[in-house]
Design a protein around this ligand. Structure first.
Ligand code: UT7
Length: 321
């Protein structure tokens, strides 16, 4: 569906603000390296709130922003790579915590890594033929799956959540483009539970984020540029007419490379990674809500969200605000 409007959005920070100096105390790193190589200064880490708790906080702000009763929500999509449980889904936990248990509401999770929010909005826009008011959330507690002794990964990520609500619209258009590549080489991954081999009694390392940073960097630049170009082609809008690009907040150097390759001013890109770090599925969700809070989204503006992530997944959403 193309006639779609985002009627509200919100975000939630995890409780503990962690500076680069704090990380110097636990791994061999320093503020200068982290800032120069990534642009990150701080990130928020949860102490007891789980993914569904952060998701609910972001959702409540989005509901308030939209000015609708919570009962209007008939679908909940949660993009996450760090669910509270293997089952039930985080979306079902959010449904319960929003007081929508037993109501006519369908809830499910999406895992598309850092592209999760773009995938969530894409699916929601298609599902608006069937559901009226869809809550899309990106929420992560990545601190649960980080190896806090691995300086290659632990300095990059943070916890948090962002949410938006979609409805059909008379005039606002929304287009999306998504692609997954099928990464079987483990360039960016976190292992699941190992297959149990009771007769062999074997053990296996699993759980933590592992990545080849340089390979991910190369993919990121190409994927975001291509995704933005593809979605604008679909919307029949030229790059010059875009007012704001909200990219996945992984690394300022990735965003600068994309800007350079697309011959765009860096100011066209919304950036808040210096405060939040990389919050995976939550990153674009938080950035969109922060941009709105800062008055950077005005009616009629042409906005593009774009992300990339493990899988390798990527995509973009074009929104007329
Ligand atoms: O949502 C998607 C998630 N992933 C990404 O977005 C990752 C994309 N990639 C990147 O952002 C960058 O590749 C990194 C920030 C991960 C790394 O930056 P880099 O410029 O590619 O650095 P590097 O991996 O080539 O490391 C350079 C040096 C190495 O030392 P030597 O071999 O030159 O002596 C690393 O061991 O920096 C060292 N290093 C660190 N030093 C201090 C790596 N991590 C750290 C650290 N603090 N935290």
């Amino acid at each position: 569906m193309e006639n779609v409007k985002i009627i509200g959005c919100g975000y939630a920070k995890a409780k503990v603000k962690v500076s680069n100096a704090d990380l110097e105390k636990i791994v061999e790193t320093n503020d200068e390296w982290i800032q120069q190589r990534t642009g990150i200064q701080t990130r928020y880490v949860t102490d007891e709130e789980n993914t569904s708790d952060l998701a609910v906080k972001a959702a409540q702000k989005a509901i308030e922003d939209a000015g609708i009763p919570v009962e209007d929500i008939d679908m909940i999509l949660v993009a996450t790579t760090t669910p509270d449980c293997i089952t039930p889904s985080t979306a079902c936990l959010v449904q319960e915590k929003l007081g929508l248990n037993g109501k006519e509401c369908t809830a499910l999770d999406i895992n598309a890594a850092c592209s999760g929010y773009v995938y969530g909005i894409t699916l929601a826009s298609c599902l608006l033929e069937k559901y009226k008011t869809i809550l899309v959330i990106g929420s992560e507690t990545l601190s649960k799956i980080l190896d806090w002794t691995d300086r290659n990964t632990c300095v990059l990520f943070g916890d948090g959540a962002g949410a938006c609500i979609l409805q059909k619209s008379e005039s606002n258009r929304l287009f999306s483009y998504t692609k997954s590549n099928g990464d079987v080489n483990g360039v960016l991954m976190a292992q699941g539970l190992p297959i149990k081999k009771p007769l062999e009694n074997g053990t296996k390392d699993y759980g933590y984020v592992q990545m080849d940073g340089k390979e991910v960097f190369r993919f990121a630049v190409k994927a975001m540029q291509e995704s933005v170009e593809k979605v604008l082609e679909k919307a029949n809008v030229s790059l010059e007419d875009v007012d704001l690009i909200i990219p996945h907040q992984a690394n300022i150097r990735i965003i600068r490379h994309v800007a350079k390759k697309m011959r765009l001013a860096e100011e066209k890109f919304f950036v808040n990674l210096e405060e939040f770090g990389n919050t995976s599925s939550a990153s674009i969700a938080i950035a969109l809500a922060c941009a709105k809070e800062q008055g950077k989204l005005q009616p009629g503006m042409k906005i593009v969200l774009t992300g990339f992530g493990a899988g390798f997944t990527c995509g973009a959403v074009y929104i007329e605000w």
